[in-house]
Write a protein that binds this ligand. Structure first.
Ligand SMILES: Nc1ncnc2c1ncn2[C@@H]1O[C@H](COP(=O)(O)OP(=O)(O)OP(=O)(O)O)[C@@H](O)[C@H]1O
Ligand SMILES: [Mg+2]
Length: 256
């Protein structure tokens, strides 16, 4: 269980769940690398309580235009550590990783300008970085995916051990979970679970579990709607929520 991808519908709570998992795993003695693979949303570092966002890994290959050349079948000789066959966390130059005790974060790249072109290079870079990333026994990588399913098309999950699908109480979120579960199975992944999030009552938990189990999707746990998380999100503060932190412990008991 070394590389975990967190995915799901836009706004379902992926980044919040990534943060809760990262804090929970750090609490259990893991060294956590959070990989921000979302090319749009800027605020994950704030949720994690980091002072700034690291420079995008795209800079290590000389920008978007060089990504495909660096990772092509016949690459031009490259000085970039990303072109190495194996990358360890310690190999990353300091400006590309921001750390607080026990949690480090890297950021693949963000769309910064209009008309700069599509985000495919970021997808390819996420895939190749995760493929090459070698983790020690006590290290784990948690990947905050962009919303939706395009990353499956780009094969970002190729080297992922577990897929966690965040499901909020909505029909669309359930439908998307079904789609993601199918796509993950097509990639040969057999460690796919859903995490329910923003659940307001036991009755809703049971209904969501029931719907997902009918679709043959396992539920690993449930995080209740937590006003403290909502408030941290509203104010752009580090994520904090006593209720949700207790709920994620049960998920970690299952996951680990
Ligand atoms: N358990 C929860 N209780 C209350 N509010 C929550 C909970 N989880 C997430 N939220 C709130 O829901 C909103 C979306 O959360 P978050 O940014 O984590 O979702 P996301 O899936 O990463 O979104 P995106 O698709 O835009 O990346 C935020 O305002 C966050 O504070
Ligand atoms: Mg997010």
């Amino acid at each position: 269980m070394k590389k975990i991808a967190v995915c799901g519908k836009g706004g379902s709570g992926k980044s919040s769940v990534v943060t809760l998992l990262a804090n929970g795993m750090r609490g259990r003695g893991y060294r956590v690398l959070v990989v921000d693979s979302d090319e749009s949303n800027p605020g994950l570092y704030r949720m994690l309580g980091l002072k700034k966002r690291p420079d995008p890994l795209l800079g290590l290959v000389g920008g978007k235009k060089n990504v495909f050349r660096t990772f092509s079948e016949e690459p031009e000789p490259s000085q970039s550590i990303l072109a190495q066959e194996e990358i360890r966390i310690a190999d990353l130059p300091p400006q590309y990783i921001v750390e607080t005790d026990g949690i480090g974060m890297v950021c693949v790249g963000k769309i910064l300008q209009s008309l700069e072109g599509c985000a495919c290079p970021m997808g390819a870079l996420s895939r190749e970085f995760l493929k090459r990333l070698r983790l020690q026994e006590d290290e784990v990588a948690i990947v905050d995916m962009e919303a939706g399913i395009e990353h499956f098309g780009r094969g970002v999950e190729t080297s992922i051990d577990s897929v966690l699908i965040v499901v909020e109480p909505s029909f669309d979120s359930l439908e998307l979970a079904d789609k993601i579960n199918t796509l993950a199975a097509e990639m040969g992944m057999d460690n796919t679970w859903t995490i329910l999030n923003k659940v307001m009552s036991e009755e809703i938990t049971l209904k969501l579990r029931d719907e997902l189990e009918k679709k043959g999707i396992s539920v690993i746990g449930s995080i209740g709607y937590d006003p403290d998380i909502f408030q941290s999100g509203l104010e752009g503060r580090p994520l904090h929520g006593n209720k949700a932190e207790k709920d994620i412990e049960k998920v970690l008991n299952q996951l680990l």
